[in-house]
Design a protein around this ligand. Structure first.
Ligand code: ADP
Ligand code: MG
Length: 150
């Protein structure tokens, strides 16, 4: 089941992500796809707020991973720079760790991803509108989607 949701403003995207962040727990894994300017960072900022992160969240483009402390840690990964030549950098330690992991460009490390995860894809419709697909893999994520999108 794929859940489809339309956002009409960046604040709306951030608020939905914040709502999701409030419900997440240790070991939760989200993947985030979308072209440049789609709203990945906007979404991640909202998610971080929902996790109680006080620091400013920005794009981890020049590092593979940034860690933020909230009520539990947030591991913000951008694996773009790994390209197709990724090696196992110990992703599992994060996926199975204390915090919540959000991975941008996750398809590049498809085989490394845990089976259970929430896939989020953002599409640019026009200046202010974005179509966001939430695809849950696993019961827990299915329930989360129902809770935030019902
Ligand atoms: P990415 O990280 O995917 O490159 P950003 O979140 O950095 O994207 O940028 C998204 C841009 O699109 C921001 O300037 C934001 O204000 C704008 N925007 C306009 N409408 C929306 C919306 N509904 N949701 C998210 N961002 C939006
Ligand atoms: Mg970004």
């Amino acid at each position: 089941m794929v859940y489809e949701w339309i956002s009409h403003h960046p604040d709306e995207t951030a608020a939905k992500a914040e709502q999701l962040g409030e419900l997440l727990g240790s070991g939760d894994v989200l993947t985030l796809e979308g072209d440049l300017g789609a709203g990945k960072t906007t979404f991640t900022k909202g998610l971080a707020k929902g996790l109680g992160v006080k620091r400013v969240v920005n794009s981890p483009t020049f590092t593979i991973m940034k860690e933020y402390m909230g009520r539990i840690p947030l591991y913000h990964m951008d694996v773009y720079r790994l390209g197709e030549e990724w090696e196992d950098l110990g992703f599992d330690e994060y996926f199975e760790g204390e915090g919540v992991t959000i991975v941008e460009w996750a398809h590049l490390i498809q085989e490394q991803l845990p089976e259970e995860r929430l896939e989020i894809s953002i599409y640019h419709l026009n200046e202010w509108e974005r179509k966001i697909f939430f695809t849950p893999y696993g019961h827990k994520y299915e329930q989360l989607c129902k809770e935030i999108l019902a």
